[in-house]
Design a protein around this ligand. Structure first.
Ligand SMILES: [Fe+2]
Length: 244
């Protein structure tokens, strides 16, 4: 509760008032305010009036508990684009997990590919989680959607399983890249520079590297054929040992 107020003229154009509460808890509590309206003379050169301009913002702070306090300049379109991308990342993670399970079978036993796809699956899930954290950071709400049951067989009479799976993985990464570009476009359309920056720096750069790496694997698998060469490729992956 503010009872007392003292006003001091600092210049002919501006006044400065110090208001003191009648009861001060734990030491001193002083509320200061400056206003050009305290003077009759026009104030020139002012580009920002914090206490006047903040009034509109203050009215927008939600009073109900189910609304985010942090949400600012975050459109509904952006919120739903982030939720869709979480679903894309989860789907990819699920497909890679199915590939891991296939290559880990006793009658397939390509340990390098099994590990590659297991780590890739974990990485996609981590990317989904990063988008979830981002959604919360911006004051949106994470809504998880259904994911499709992936294939469980990856053998192909003509190409063999390793090449077939890697081509599929490469195509999925290109599709993900397209989806990420869409999220970036939504951010730009809604003048959300921060979100555009997040998608660009955290995902789009990485996506280009992943596509290059998987393309090389596809090229190598095309060279080595379906048999003995795949075993060597698998050994190489085991030695490299990192996810896409
Ligand atoms: Fe991803």
């Amino acid at each position: 509760m503010i009872l007392g107020a003292a006003t001091t003229a600092l210049s002919p154009a501006i006044s400065f008032s110090v208001k003191t509460p009648s009861k001060q808890l734990n030491g001193s509590v002083v509320v200061c305010s400056a206003s050009k309206h305290a003077s009759n003379k026009a104030l020139t050169g002012v580009v920002f009036e914090p206490f006047e301009e903040v009034k509109k913002e203050l009215m927008l702070v939600p009073a109900v508990p189910h609304l985010s306090l942090a949400r600012h300049k975050y459109s509904n379109d952006s919120e739903s684009a982030i939720n869709d991308q979480i679903n894309v990342e989860y789907n990819l993670s699920y497909v890679y997990h199915a590939m891991f399970a296939y290559f880990d079978r006793d009658n397939v036993a390509l340990k390098g590919l099994a590990r590659f796809f297991r780590e890739s699956s974990a990485e996609e899930r981590e990317q989904a989680e990063k988008f979830m954290e981002y959604q919360n950071k911006r004051g949106g709400k994470v809504k998880l959607q259904s994911i499709i049951m992936p294939l469980s067989e990856f053998d192909d009479a003509e190409k063999g399983d390793a090449l077939h799976a890697m081509e599929l993985a490469l195509s999925l990464q290109k599709l993900t890249n397209e989806k990420l570009h869409h999220v970036h476009k939504v951010a730009v359309k809604n003048n959300d520079a921060q979100m555009a920056d997040f998608v660009q720096n955290r995902y789009l750069r990485q996506q280009v590297k992943v596509i290059k790496r998987m393309s090389e694997y596809v090229a190598q698998l095309r060279r080595v054929g379906k048999g003995h060469g795949v075993w060597h490729f698998d050994e190489m992956l085991l030695n490299e040992g990192a996810a896409a």
